[in-house]
Design a protein. Structure first.
Length: 182
């Protein structure tokens, strides 16, 4: 069973929070607030926050800005992962991924099934990597954000998590971009 190895020092990561919505403002962004609170509570840094409209180009542009920022290790978004016409977050994310992490969406839906039953099929939560930055797209409810953080991300973004975690892989995420022999 997985566990936290307390003998290892904790390494905080810098995480940007992106809310995808046509209606949310900083004053009523409950899902973004939920993520930011959990990120800080775990000892990580909220490096940036933004709200962008449900538009593939706008979402992708914000992702690319943060991917290019060496101070940001991870982007977690909330919103736009459903199946309606305005839900385009997965398409935007897939347009910037170098590699998808399919297990994230699968595990999220498994955890979500325990709470919402078959309604979990309406979530297109997704994750991947681009430019050495991890990208996670979550549904837009505070409950979904709590489920994803508490059930998956708090562990995979903790370098002390055993038997393995995403943090310890960070130095190797861009090795394909380096010239051979460098």
């Amino acid at each position: 069973m997985a566990k936290i190895d307390e003998s290892r020092p904790f390494l905080p990561v810098s995480i940007a929070v992106l809310t995808v919505s046509d209606t949310r403002t900083p004053a009523d962004d409950k899902s973004g607030d939920t993520l930011a609170d959990r990120i800080r509570g775990a000892g990580h840094d909220v490096a940036a926050r933004a709200i962008v409209r449900d538009d593939i180009a706008a979402i992708a542009a914000q992702l690319r800005t943060w991917i290019a920022d060496p101070a940001i290790d991870v982007v977690i978004s909330t919103g736009g992962t459903g199946v309606t016409g305005r839900d385009v977050t997965p398409e935007a994310f897939q347009g910037v991924y170098e590699k998808e992490i399919p297990g994230f969406g699968e595990l999220f839906r498994m955890l979500s099934y325990e709470k919402v039953g078959t309604s979990t099929i309406q979530s297109r939560a997704t994750a991947g990597v681009a430019g050495g930055t991890y990208l996670f797209a979550l549904p837009g409810s505070p409950s979904a954000c709590r489920d994803a953080w508490d059930g998956i991300l708090q562990y995979q973004l903790d370098n002390r998590h055993r038997p393995c975690n995403l943090v310890e892989l960070m130095p190797r995420l861009t090795e394909h971009l380096k010239p051979a022999g460098a």
